[in-house]
Design a protein around this ligand. Sequence first.
Ligand SMILES: Cc1ncc(COP(=O)(O)O)c(C=O)c1O
Length: 398
Amino acid sequence: MKHHIKTLDARFGAQNYHPLPVVLNKGSGVWLWDTDGKKYLDMMSAYSAVSHGHCHPELVEVMHTQAQHLSMCSRAFFSDKLPLLLERLCGLLNYDRALIMNSGAEAIETAIKAARRWGYLKKGIPNDKAEIIVFENNFHGRTVGIISFSSDDGYRHQFGPYLPGFHIAPYGNIEGVEKLINKNTCAVLVEPIQGEAGIVMPPKGWLKKLEQLCRTENVLLICDEIQSGLGRTGTWLASEHEDVKPDAVTLGKALGGGLYPVSALVGREDLMNVFNPGSHGSTFGGNPLACAIAHKAIDIMERDQYLQNSAALGQYFLEKLKEISSPLIKSVRGKGLWIGVDIDPAKKSGRQICEELMDKGILSKETHETVVRFAPPLIITKDEIDYALGIISKVFSA
Ligand SMILES: Cc1ncc(COP(=O)(O)O)c(C=O)c1O
């Protein structure tokens, strides 16, 4: 079975991923099972999309009920679900308006369009001259627009020509941004913590300085909270740790409760009201099924205190990982249940470590070859973390 699946993938799939050699067919809570019935602890949560754990029964129930009622009607008509989700998101995060899309990349594209139009309409930037500042090692998705401002050749190579209007500043350095800002700058787009770059945290105070700089220069601050948001770092938004209030944030991943792709741009009035009918949209964006699931996903996070669990157990997990003494580990860092372990590449690759973890029943995935990430569903318990720690210490001491 396992061999057959891998052969089909190799034969018929575009080889745009390099998965670990495990074939999964069941998930429940923090656990996953492969086709041989072997059980694994999920320390990856599908890049934070499965913060609620796999197949959360209440979310499955909402999905089932909504699918039987009305799943899709497009934005040609009102549905009785979308406005409720918009109100819930705006109330939760204290913003004025929201726009629902599907994937994270689409939320970023939405933010770019909003920022550019804001630049023309509200800041008086000459048409087609708007500039956006982004950061080295950013990861915001893989559309042609977004890879145009990636600094990673792996995402860009031979996909040009690229979209103009972006400038890349060094992450965590305020002077670098100051140098790039000019009268045509409409926005700064930033991950408060860089996820795919390896859970990289900027120096303390930097995001706050960035916010102040944006205010002084009349530039929008847009935080990409697609991976860092919705409890992953122990707060609704990672920007809260620095007491920063972006003009808009992008959300995705966990918003879909691990069941359905739902993303959003949520922001303040004068940015969000640049859209007029026809200027943006997506056939599936904001459909009733998506909205019912996302609404329930937020309710569950709040009711079951996911943020508190992420903050408390994340701290515990981080401290325990730091106690592991291993020549393989160069450093351990993280916030909430979002932890990166830097591996010494001269000794072992991140991939090797992930394969060894997999053999012993933990699923994770390296990023940039040298960082192993630990980002379990936010429902994880202390006992489950202790179980994981037992395996992780064995792998790192082998
Ligand atoms: C910070 C961030 N932004 C955007 C994206 C893109 O989201 P999607 O893969 O849903 O398009 C990701 C995905 O990993 C991400 O981590």
